[in-house]
Design a protein around this ligand. Structure first.
Ligand code: RP5
Length: 179
């Protein structure tokens, strides 16, 4: 019921045999999808199973409560939550689970996403939300991988390789420029 988006076949060999979703990607509206799909793509790239769905804090508060309260017992280990405007979804979800929550501020039609950023990053003491940059679904996916990798050595190896590859790409571009 919660799955709207079918994950691609895993690209890397993280040694993950089970398809039990480890990351829950949620967002306040389907209008957030273009920002959140890149987070899913990162998880695909690392072969990490996830689920992706819409949970609105203000339009579907009961669904949000059910999702957050059941997340850990359903086997999720990280929640990535994107929202725009008065973006209370990540903070409210974090208040109802002990899982780590990564918040993605989504840029809306006004205020350039600074409203979302401030809503998510300014969580008061006691309930943290790890906040990535405005519209940066990629970093949310990468942060979820890093959190999981702390207890999954194969995933940590894949992340180290990702970092190395990225560095090589930059150095190659630098060398081209210098030619
Ligand atoms: C938030 O309001 C959503 O996260 C979205 O970013 C924003 C606008 O939602 P829609 O009006 O496009 O559904 O709840």
């Amino acid at each position: 019921e919660l799955e709207l988006y079918a994950p691609l076949t895993p690209q890397s060999g993280s040694g993950l045999s089970s398809r039990q979703p480890l990351v829950g990607i949620i967002m306040g509206s389907d209008s957030d999808l273009p920002v959140m799909i890149p987070a899913a793509r990162v998880l695909d790239q690392f072969g990490v199973p996830y689920e992706l769905t819409i949970v609105s804090a203000h339009r579907t508060p009961d669904r949000m409560t059910e999702y957050a309260r059941a997340a850990a017992s359903r086997g999720l280990r990280v929640i990535v939550a994107g929202a725009g405007g008065a973006a209370h979804l990540p903070g409210m979800v974090a208040a109802m689970t002990s899982l780590p929550v990564v918040g993605v501020p989504v840029k809306g039609s006004s205020l350039d996403g600074v409203d979302s950023l401030h809503s998510i990053v300014q969580m008061p003491r006691g309930i943290p939300v790890a906040t990535v940059a405005i519209n940066n679904g990629v970093n949310a996916g990468l942060l979820a991988i890093r959190i999981l990798a702390a207890g999954m050595p194969d995933l940590a190896t894949d992340m180290a390789e990702y970092i190395r590859t990225q560095a090589v790409e930059v150095i190659e571009k630098a060398h081209k420029l210098e030619e």
